[in-house]
Design a protein around this ligand. Structure first.
Ligand code: ATP
Length: 768
């Protein structure tokens, strides 16, 4: 026996605690009208979690609490406790995941308290629990919340009045399918929760996505920057190493070139200064030249003086000759016989010839003129002789005295003339000597000039070379300047590189140029290749600067955190999808199970129903049929969920079909009150028979039965009591007679119901 005790305290008319003990399969509660019997039934409903105040004949929780009377104060709360035997550990609770676990108590106690403010408390074996836990627990022992096992007063035909849908619910409850329904509802709720969770998770992920994308891009950028740094470092190493080699080499080559030129220039400068130093004696020489020139001028002056003297001599000579001529003309009057013999003529010619020879070698025109004058005189003398000798020969060869005087004057003149001629000869000789000296002096001057010219030429050549070398030095200093710029650029490049890739850049020093273009152990740096390298570096630098380097590690950390969270959410999403899937599967399975069990249950019920029915009505048939109605899914519409308004669900209901013996009436509505009670009882009993509940409560279900039907009812009670405990509220003696325990309920003047154990006869008396 499942039901052990029921304790009622402060509930409705039970102001004080009463205990009903269910030690018999059939317990009957008897008492006069208004004593509180139905309150006992309602106490049972209450403790089992009934939520309908109406079914407990109240409007609020406070209606369930003893309101007090003239003599008794009102109660502050109503408490009802029910005790079940659980020695077989049949009571189960299912957890959130739908797993069942047995409660390891021998006795299960369920208490429900209600307070005047309407607050309810549910206590399971001393621990406060939720209503759903109570429902969950009771469904495991086939006590469904539809309350089909508690038939209240006036509800004998309740199942007949119920809608096909409610009937189906009652049948499912009776068949123990409620647990599945409950599980479906649970799954449904979980599904909704899970769907909401999914929405939340998806919303969170959507909210996170832009930030995550941003971070991802940043991380990608950073990684790209890292890659770029690596390639930049490798380019830098090669470039900087080669550049350093190039700069060193250029520097040393410029230095050596410079020192070479400087040495050469020093030599040239020395040569020039030497020449200039030597120019001083040359200068003196030049001055001596000037002395030479002076000497020359003195000579020329002398020549000119000689010429003046010579002119003077010529004039003198001219005068003498004139005088000689006059003398000779005077002497013509005295013919003079001076025919020359051939020897004299030859002597004259020889004289003339010698004069001519002198004239030939003579440069001076004046000298030649003098010579010519002399020749003229010789010729005049000779021709005069010829003329005078002819006249003499003609007749006057006498007068020798006179002619002797003439001859002596003339010879004086001639003597003078000879002296003058001698003087002339002397001066001409002197002139000739001076000319010779002049000639020598001129040669000397020319030779000096020649030497001077050569020195000047040499100096000029040195100057040209000096210019060339100075230009070369200038070129070198330009090169040095450009090299220093290159060197500056090299240092700046290192600084910039250090900013972009850190101090690792300095490892360029270890870069090996082996295998590069080397000649005789010396690395040859190709400037075009270097320039190409530098351009590559520049390109990467620009990209790198564009990408930026700042805060990479923080971004990566944040990205890891955010993506970890996103992964977690994604995993959760997966889990939710899986759990939705499994919930749907569970729901489908449960629905299938319900469907199968429902159909089988209906079959079984129909067998029992038909038996009970024909037993009750002495014939006839009764059976249940399942109807299907297409309906919109109202529940969803009420919850205002989108997208489900048009969802059509197939709602199954149950129709009760009866055929009374000897009657054509088949409609339930057409049955009499008693017939309705009998049909209802037959169906309830059939349902209980198929899947017996731990107990059945029947509150005056037998009220409408006549004596013979009361007996049949009593028989059925006994039959049923084999499987379920029966608590029967009745005024019917027949029914009372079937009970093992009889409780009498009375109500005193204090308005408080009392409970007492009575014997059948007492009970019959009490009931009246
Ligand atoms: P019947 O045989 O006529 O059906 P009954 O024995 O089933 O009668 P109940 O209906 O159980 O009687 O009891 C009704 C009585 O309980 C009424 O007298 C009513 O005043 C009393 N009652 C109901 N609620 C309360 C309450 N909250 N406090 C006190 N008394 C109450």
């Amino acid at each position: 026996m499942r039901l052990k005790n029921l304790e009622i305290n402060g509930f409705k008319s039970f102001s004080k605690k009463i205990i009903l003990e269910f030690q018999n399969p059939i317990i009957s509660i008897v008492g006069p009208n208004g004593s509180g019997k139905s309150n006992v039934v309602e106490a049972l409903r209450f403790v089992l979690g009934e939520q309908s105040m109406k079914s407990m004949r109240g409007t609020s929780g406070s209606d369930l609490i003893f309101k007090g009377s003239k003599n008794l104060p009102k109660s502050s709360r109503a408490v009802v406790t029910i005790y079940f035997d659980n020695s077989d550990k049949v009571f189960k609770l299912s957890n959130e995941t739908g797993e069942n676990f047995n409660l390891n108590y021998d006795v299960i106690s369920i208490s429900r308290e209600v307070f005047s403010d309407g607050l309810n408390k549910y206590i399971l074996n001393g621990s406060e629990v939720r209503l759903k836990d109570i429902n969950n627990l009771l469904s495991s022992v086939n006590i469904g919340s539809s309350g089909h096992h508690i038939i209240s007063q006036g509800e004998a035909d309740r199942i007949l009045n119920a809608s096909p849908r409610d009937r189906r619910e009652m049948v499912e409850d009776a068949l123990g399918l409620k647990i599945y329904q409950y599980k479906i509802k649970e799954a449904q709720r979980k599904l909704e929760r899970t769907t909401n969770n999914m929405k939340e998770v998806s919303l969170l992920r959507r909210e996170n996505a832009p930030h995550l994308n941003f971070l991802k891009k940043q991380v990608d950028k950073f990684e790209k920057a890292k890659e770029m740094q690596v390639s930049l470092l490798s380019l830098y190493k090669e470039y900087l190493k080669k550049e350093s080699i190039y700069l060193e080499k250029e520097q040393s080559s410029l230095l050596s070139e410079k020192s070479k030129i400087e040495i050469e220039l020093g030599d040239i400068n020395k040569n020039i200064s030497d020449i200039e130093e030597n120019e001083k004696p040359a200068y003196n020489a030049m001055h001596s030249d000037v002395g030479g020139e002076k000497e020359l001028k003195i000579f020329e002056k002398k020549i000119s003086e000689i010429r003046n003297v010579k002119n003077e001599i010529e004039r003198k000579l001219g005068r003498i000759e004139g005088m000689i001529e006059m003398e000779e003309r005077r002497s013509e009057k005295i013919p003079e016989v001076s025919i020359k013999n051939p020897e004299e003529i030859k002597a004259i010619f020889d004289e003339i010839n010698s004069e001519i020879e002198i004239a030939i070698v003579e440069d001076s025109a004046a000298e030649i003129k003098i010579i010519l004058l002399r020749i003229q005189n010789i010729l005049k003398e000779f021709s005069g002789n010829i003329i005078s000798s002819g006249s003499r020969f003609s007749g006057s060869l006498s007068q020798p005295d006179h002619s002797e005087t003439i001859f002596s004057e003339n010879s004086e003149l001639k003597k003078n003339q000879q002296e003058i001629l001698l003087e002339m000869q002397n001066i001409t000789d002197e002139e000739k000597k001076i000319f010779e000296k002049i000639e020598i002096l001129k040669k000397e001057i020319n030779q000096e000039n020649e030497a001077l010219h050569l020195k000047e030429k040499e100096k000029f050549n040195f100057r040209v070379k000096q210019q060339e070398l100075s230009s070369s030095l200038g070129l070198i200093s330009i090169k040095e300047e450009s090299l220093s710029k290159e060197s500056e650029a090299f240092k700046n490049e290192i600084k910039e590189g250090e900013i972009l890739i850190g101090s690792e850049i300095l490892t360029y020093k270890n870069f090996s140029t082996e295998g590069g273009s080397a000649f005789g152990g010396e690395v040859i740096i190709n400037r075009i290749e270097q320039e190409e390298l530098r351009r590559k570096i520049e390109r990467i630098k620009i990209k790198l600067e564009d990408v930026g380097l700042g805060g990479g590690s923080e971004i990566i950390k944040e990205f890891e955190e955010v993506s970890e969270r996103d992964n977690f959410l994604a995993k959760e999403m997966e889990d939710l999808v899986v759990s939705i899937e499994s919930l749907r599967t569970l729901m489908v399975d449960l629905k299938e199970k319900i469907d199968v069990e429902f159909k089988e249950g209906i079959k079984k019920i129909n067998i029992e129903f038909d038996k009970f029915f024909s037993l009750m009505f002495d014939g006839g048939t009764g059976f249940l049929s399942v109807t299907t109605e297409n309906k919109k899914k109202r529940g969803k519409e009420e919850e205002g969920e989108e997208g489900d308004e048009d969802e059509i669900v197939f709602e199954q209901g149950i129709e009760i079909n009866v055929s009374l013996p000897h009657k054509k009436v088949k409609e339930l509505n057409a049955l009499s009150g008693g017939e309705r009670s009998l049909t209802s009882i037959a169906l309830l009993f059939a349902m209980s028979q198929v899947n017996p509940p731990p107990f059945l409560v029947l509150d005056e279900t037998d009220a409408a039965l006549d004596e013979s039907n009361s007996r049949k009812y009593g028989d059925m009670l006994e039959k049923l009591s084999g499987a379920s405990q029966l608590i029967v509220v009745t005024h019917n003696r027949e029914t009372m007679s079937r009970a093992g325990t009889l409780y009498g309920v009375t109500i005193g003047n204090d308005g408080s119901s009392k409970l007492l154990s009575v014997k059948l006869d007492d009970a019959v008396a009490i009931a009246k």
